[in-house]
Design a binder for this molecule. Structure first.
Ligand SMILES: *Cc1c(COP(=O)(O)O)cnc(C)c1O
Length: 353
């Protein structure tokens, strides 16, 4: 590997002077704060929201660091991991020139974010069994390829990629490899965050939206070298993580027993859902899952989808995606929700026999 961060960053970002907020210029513990044009009288509607939040999220990063066993300097926090994805494009890709490789079928935001930033997408489709095609991926790397996105566990196929499907990319690509681990909490495989020291070109994304059950507060994490985290910090909107989100995130990290229990419950329900789906003879295949959803292949996915809509149950039709012919993606619900789904599927089966 011959990775040089300075060569990968967009030239206009390399030497950018970030916005300096009032609280950056004064960080002591003064009692009369008249420096930020906040409303000194209070807040309308709810109490104590008149002060700007910590733009560096220091306490939250420290607590995340303790939980993940990683230094706060190696953490960037985004308004959802979707913001981190957008900022990665903006930090590394020159619009109209640079390119990113994705591996369909995969998470839709990589392409949307690339399109918004006028960055070309090069596809290296997964092959049978939802495996990466290493040879093809490496051969698609061109001189303007700056990013490679690997979603593991992958959405919508629900599988983790093996170490030997990702490592050669990290070792042979001199750009940034983004490993999106939004669903890693549900997986048997370990996170790639332990490999950050070895791979200065690695960015690992995680989120509070799935296993922590906090999609509403928009809190995503990127783990990377401190140089990369610094670049992302320099270009983010100064107060991208609002005060409420920081508070709720901290509260979550004080309740890790709840997190662990919820994880166990979801995994248990995933198991039951897989078993029940496998019993239905119009389900051709239930793909193994390392996530909080299952991908299942149906004889007539559109009819099943429409029937479920009629029963007020919404799943995700993925049947037009590469390698996903006939497939619906089903999020693991509560015990009750899964039971409702399974009995609706049985009803569909009876009506069609
Ligand atoms: C759900 C999901 C995310 C999470 O995005 P947030 O913006 O953090 O809510 C990221 N990546 C993938 C692949 C996802 O499925």
């Amino acid at each position: 590997m011959n990775f040089e961060l300075d060569k990968i960053i967009r030239p206009n970002i390399r030497n950018i002077k970030p916005y300096s907020s009032a609280r950056d210029e004064y960080t002591g513990a003064a009692s009369v704060l008249l420096d930020a044009n906040e409303n000194s009288f209070g807040s309308v509607g709810s109490g104590n929201k008149n002060r700007y939040p910590d733009p560096h999220q220091n306490i939250l990063k420290q607590k995340i660091g303790e939980f993940k066993n990683i230094a706060p300097d190696n953490i960037f926090l985004g308004n959802g991991s979707d913001e981190a994805i957008d900022l990665i494009f903006r930090a590394f890709c020159v619009p109209g020139k640079d390119k990113a490789i994705i591996m369909p079928p995969t998470y839709g935001m990589y392409k949307v974010s690339a399109d918004i930033n006028d960055v070309g997408i090069v596809e290296s489709p997964l092959v049978e069994g939802f495996k990466t095609d290493l040879q093809a991926t490496l051969s698609l790397i061109g001189k303007n390829t700056k990013l490679i996105f690997i979603c593991s566990p992958n959405n919508p196929s629900a599988n983790c990629f093996k170490e030997n499907e990702i490592m050669p990319i990290l070792e042979n690509f001199n750009g940034i490899v983004v490993v999106d681990e939004a669903y890693i909490d549900f997986a048997d495989s370990p996170s790639w965050i332990t490999q950050l020291e070895k791979y200065p070109n690695l960015v690992v994304l995680q989120t509070f939206s799935k296993a922590w059950g906090l999609a509403n507060i928009r809190l995503g994490m990127a783990f990377a070298s401190k140089e990369i985290c610094k670049i992302l910090d320099n270009i983010k909107p100064p107060y991208n993580i609002n005060g409420h989100t920081q508070e709720v995130g901290l509260k979550a990290l004080q309740n890790t027993d709840d997190y662990n229990k919820m994880l166990r419950d979801i995994l248990k329900e995933r198991n039951i859902l897989e078993t029940e789906l496998n019993k239905l003879d119009f389900v051709q295949k239930v793909f193994p899952s390392d996530a909080n959803f299952v991908l299942a292949k149906f004889n007539e996915p559109k009819r099943v989808y429409n029937f479920l809509v009629g029963e007020n149950i919404i799943v995700r039709d993925r049947s037009t995606q590469h390698l996903c012919e006939g497939c619906l993606r089903i999020t693991v619900g509560t015990k009750e929700e899964n039971a409702v789904l399974v009995s609706a599927l049985k009803k569909f089966n009876e009506l069609n026999n």
